[in-house]
Design a binder for this molecule. Structure first.
Ligand SMILES: O=C(CO)COP(=O)(O)O
Length: 253
């Protein structure tokens, strides 16, 4: 059985009080409502991580993640946050390679490979994002695009390290657009991704790798998406900012 995961990517949203209210609500609701075999992760802006971590306390099924980290462990890199710093706050997960980081901050597959190493070396777990843009989908090249992102960004890992990774397929044309991939489109790509993992690491590793879908996922479509055999959960943007919507998604298996 693969781990079921619903991760919220808050992106650059919420002020201090808003973040604290949302995190408290999610922790309380997840305790009462989220099935015990589903992991709920809140990936917050750096400034909120410590507080959200303390609000989670010893909750059994809620975890905290960052949205990025730097490649180097310390030094003169003004404005950056390192993996050892995140680990020292007890952060569980780190999103890497989100399309917004690739697009607006020029993150390359090569840089992401280094960030992945940094996260794993500090005993945290990467949520590695990838996906094609609209022109690539229209040109029918989405599979090749995804294969390149995986092979350059994360397939350098040993099988043991790869076994700790969460993959998140996020077609860029579906992010924040309200235009979700159909469940058939998601399943087709997730199956291809699992086959790519199997070709690299073997079927056993592929069968154990959680592959999340991201892009306009919401309570009204999560059930159909999560019902697909190769969709193991979601990386949720907008809908993770409303506790009720986020928790409903965590119940959509
Ligand atoms: O980018 C996303 C999650 O990382 C998806 O965002 P939306 O759910 O807002 O489309």
């Amino acid at each position: 059985m693969r781990q079921k995961i619903v991760a919220g990517n808050w992106k650059m949203n919420l002020l201090k009080e808003e973040a604290e209210s949302l995190a408290s609500e999610v922790v309380n609701m997840a305790k009462d409502e989220t099935p015990s075999d589903v992991k709920v992760i809140m990936c917050t802006p750096f400034v909120h991580l410590s507080k959200v971590k303390s609000l989670i306390g010893n909750s059994a099924n809620v975890f905290v993640g960052a949205q990025n980290c730097y490649t180097e462990p310390s030094g003169a890199f003004t404005g950056e946050i390192s993996a050892p710093q995140l680990a020292s706050y007890g952060i569980d997960y780190v999103i890497l390679g989100h399309s917004e980081r690739r697009e607006y901050f020029g993150e390359s597959n090569e840089m992401l490979a280094k960030k992945t190493d940094a996260v794993l070396a500090n005993n945290m777990l990467p949520i590695f994002c990838f996906g094609e843009v609209l022109e690539e989908r229209e040109a029918g090249t989405q599979k090749a695009v995804v294969e390149k992102q995986l092979s350059e960004g994360i397939f350098h890992l040993s099988a043991e390290d790869f076994g700790k990774v969460v993959l998140a397929y996020e077609p860029v044309w579906a992010i924040g657009t309200g235009k979700t991939a159909s469940s058939a489109q998601a399943q087709e790509m997730h199956k291809d991704i699992r086959d790519m993992v199997a070709a690299k690491y073997g079927q056993e590793v592929a069968d154990a790798t959680p592959i999340l879908y991201g892009g306009s996922a919401k309570p009204s479509n999560a059930q159909e998406l999560f019902a697909q055999p190769d969709v193991d959960g979601g990386l949720i943007g907008g809908a993770s900012l409303a506790s009720r919507d986020f928790i409903e998604i965590s119940k959509s298996y």
